[in-house]
Design a protein around this ligand. Sequence first.
Ligand code: ADP
Length: 209
Amino acid sequence: MRTILIGPPGAGKGTQAKIICEKYGIPQISTGDMLREHKRNKTPLGLEAAKAMDAGLLVPDAVVIGMVEERLKAPDAQQGFLFDGFPRTVPQAESLEASLKRLELKLDGVVLIDNVPDDLIVERICGRRTDKTTGQIYHIKYNPPPLGADLDHRADDKEETVRKRLTEYHAQTAALIPFYESRGLLRRVHGVGEMSAITEQMLAALQAK
Ligand code: ADP
């Protein structure tokens, strides 16, 4: 399975990605997670990306594209992958298309998590916490973490920064919808409702080729 999840920040990509990856035994390639790791380790790439990330802006295409090309060469990506948070711009999508063509690989489908209103996104993200040990994602109101869990609150999960990330999504990432639609790859799922119902729609969308 080679697939991409598209959707605004907070649409549930990360949560759903984990379930799908487990089911298909493929790696989840999250450029957000990779960039945060670079930032934590203070690598040159991380230091370059940090400014944009903390401001809720996109990291330059060249930085992200180089990082993904490297990641695609790893042994675990040879049998399939799920991209979560990449591509986020048309140049990124074009670069991925060229890489896959070179490797003679085809995407099975691109799933768009759709119909999540911006205000709901802000509420979801501002309440989001991640367990530092397990990586499990919680919401302080809708999916409360267990007592005593060691939680992380992302630096860019403040309302003002979330609004910037949404602006970036509408201005740059939404252009991927017609891009993949014109290639016959786009599958839409309705992103509001029970998490399990959304998972079901996604799995059905990936099977419908
Ligand atoms: P979310 O989808 O919740 O906004 P991510 O964890 O995917 O969060 O990304 C966090 C930040 O990392 C983004 O706001 C952006 O600064 C940077 N980033 C992640 N992926 C990309 C990408 N493909 N292109 C440019 N910037 C990216």
